[in-house]
Design a binder for this molecule. Structure first.
Ligand SMILES: C[S@@+](CC[C@H](N)C(=O)[O-])C[C@H]1O[C@@H](n2cnc3c(N)ncnc32)[C@H](O)[C@@H]1O
Length: 397
C-alpha cells in the first residue's frame, strides 16, 4: 500500500457557471414533473376525468383503461413531455464537463486500480459479453447506456450516470442523500435482525456503488463486493471507494451467472435492478442468489412496487417508463408477485417478504422505530418509502 492519497474523482467535475445553471434548471424541472405535475395529474384524473368516464358508463377496469383515457388528455401529454425531456436532459447536461475532465478521470481510476490504497480491488475481464438487454438500447435515456466504451479504460458512461443522477435527484424531496436505499435497508435489517453480522455482502448491479458503501458503516466486519455488467461505472465506483478509504471488491460480472463459490455471501442486495432486465433473467438471477447465499443468509432487493400492491392510477403512473423511458421490461416485472419469484428460485415462502420500508433520511429515527413497532405505516415507494422484497435461506447462520 502507498501513503500517497487518492484524488477524489468528483473534484475533477468542474461545470462552468452556465452548465451548472442548466443542471439546476433540469433538477427543478424533473422535480416539477415527478412531484408537482404527478399530483396535478392525479387531481385532474380523480376530479374531472374519472367522474366523466363513470357518468358515461366507461369506468376503467384496470390501469390499461386509465392509460387509454389519459392518452387523449392535454394534462397527461404535457406531464409526459416534461418528464421525458427532464429525464433526457439530466444526462445530457453533464456530458460536456465530463468530456473535458475525462483524461484526468481515467488517470485517477487507473491509479486507483494500480494501487488499491484502501485495500479493495477491480476486476474487468477482457472481452466481457454485455447482455443485449443493456447494450442494445439507451436504458432510461442515458445515451450509450451503462456499458459503452469509446476509449481505453473509459469511465465516461460511469461519470455521466453518476453526475447525471445527481441532477436527476437534485431537487427530489425523498432522495436526500446518495445511498439512501442502502442506508434505509441497513437500518431496517439491523433493527429487525439484531444479531445478523454478514461476513460478505454482494451488491448486484451496483453501477457506481452508491447503494453499497453505506453497508460498511453498519456492518464494519463485512467484506464488500459489487458486480455490474458496465465497466465504466465499476471503474468510477472503485476509484471513489478507494478515495473514501472503503475497501470494496468490484468485478464486471453478469448477475445471472457469477464466478463466486456456492454459499459465499451472507447478504445479497440490489436496488433499481430487476425492472431493467427480462423476466427470464430475473428468475435466473434469483436462482443465482439462492446458490450464492450461505445458510441463514439474506437477500434484500429494492424494487418497484408490484402491480397487485397499488391501485389502477398508480399502476398507470409507474408503467409510464415502459414505453417512454427505454425500460421495456418494467410492466412485465411489476406484474409479478415478488414472493412467488422467491419461491420459484428455491426460497422458503414463509421467509419471503415484499413491502415498503421508510426512507431513513426523511423519516428519521424516532418515526422509524415507531414503524417497526407497528405504530406507523411506511410511506409508499417513491414518496418517502422504498419497496423491498427478499428472503432468507434456510439453515443456521
Ligand atoms: C438502474 S442501475 C442500478 C442502480 C444502482 N443499483 C444504484 O442503486 O445506484 C441498473 C444496473 O444494472 C446493471 N445490470 C443490468 N443487467 C445486469 C446483469 N445481468 N448483471 C449485472 N448487472 C446488470 C446495469 O449495467 C446498471 O448498472
Amino acid at each position: 500500500m502507498s501513503a500517497q492519497p487518492m484524488i477524489d474523482i468528483e473534484t475533477l467535475f468542474q461545470p462552468t457557471h452556465d452548465e451548472r445553471a442548466r443542471q439546476q434548471f433540469v433538477s427543478t424541472l424533473r422535480k416539477h414533473a415527478i412531484v408537482d405535475l404527478r399530483n396535478m395529474l392525479k387531481r385532474d384524473y380523480e376530479g374531472r376525468i374519472e367522474p366523466a368516464l363513470d357518468a358515461r358508463g366507461e369506468s376503467p377496469q384496470d390501469w390499461h383503461g386509465v392509460e387509454r383515457a389519459m392518452e387523449k388528455e392535454q394534462s397527461y401529454r404535457f406531464y409526459s413531455a416534461v418528464r421525458y425531456n427532464a429525464q433526457e436532459m439530466s444526462f445530457l447536461s453533464v456530458q460536456d464537463p465530463v468530456e473535458r475532465a475525462l483524461p484526468g478521470m481515467i488517470e485517477v481510476a487507473k491509479d486507483a486500480s494500480a494501487r488499491n490504497p484502501a485495500g479493495g480491488s477491480l476486476r474487468i475481464p477482457a472481452n466481457f459479453d454485455v447482455p443485449r438487454y443493456v447494450s442494445a438500447l439507451d436504458v432510461h435515456l442515458v445515451p450509450g447506456s451503462f456499458n459503452a466504451e469509446y476509449t481505453a479504460d473509459d469511465v465516461a458512461q460511469g461519470a455521466v450516470i453518476w453526475f447525471g443522477s445527481k441532477v436527476f435527484a437534485g431537487r427530489h424531496p425523498f432522495r436526500k442523500m446518495p445511498g439512501a436505499v442502502a442506508e434505509s435497508v441497513a437500518q431496517w435489517l439491523r433493527r429487525k435482525h439484531p444479531g445478523f453480522a454478514p461476513r460478505r455482502i454482494l451488491d448486484m448491479a451496483t453501477t457506481s456503488g452508491k447503494n453499497l458503501l453505506p453497508y460498511k458503516t453498519h456492518f464494519p466486519q463485512a467484506e464488500l463486493h459489487g458486480i455490474d455488467v458496465g465497466a465504466p461505472g465499476l471503474r468510477i465506483a472503485h476509484a471513489m471507494a478507494e478515495a473514501a478509504g472503503i475497501p470494496v471488491h468490484y468485478s464486471q460480472q453478469n448477475a445471472e451467472q457469477t464466478d463466486f463459490p456456492d454459499g459465499h455471501f451472507d447478504l445479497i442486495v440490489s436496488s433499481f435492478f430487476f425492472h431493467e432486465i427480462p423476466l427470464k433473467s430475473t428468475r435466473t438471477v434469483l436462482r443465482e442468489c439462492e446458490r450464492l447465499l450461505a445458510p441463514g443468509g439474506m437477500m434484500v432487493h429494492m424494487e418497484l412496487p408490484s402491480e397487485a400492491s397499488v391501485g389502477a392510477f398508480e399502476n398507470f403512473f409507474w408503467n409510464w417508463d415502459t414505453a417512454n423511458n427505454a425500460e421495456p421490461y418494467y410492466t412485465t416485472y411489476r406484474a409479478q408477485d415478488p414472493v412467488a419469484l422467491c419461491a420459484e428460485a428455491g426460497f422458503p415462502a414463509e421467509a419471503s417478504f415484499a413491502h415498503a420500508i421508510p426512507d431513513w433520511a426523511t423519516f428519521g429515527e424516532e418515526k422509524f422505530e415507531r414503524y417497526l413497532r407497528g405504530e406507523l405505516a411506511a410511506p409508499p415507494h417513491g414518496s418517502g418509502g422504498w419497496y423491498v422484497f427478499g428472503s432468507r435461506k434456510t439453515g443456521a447462520a
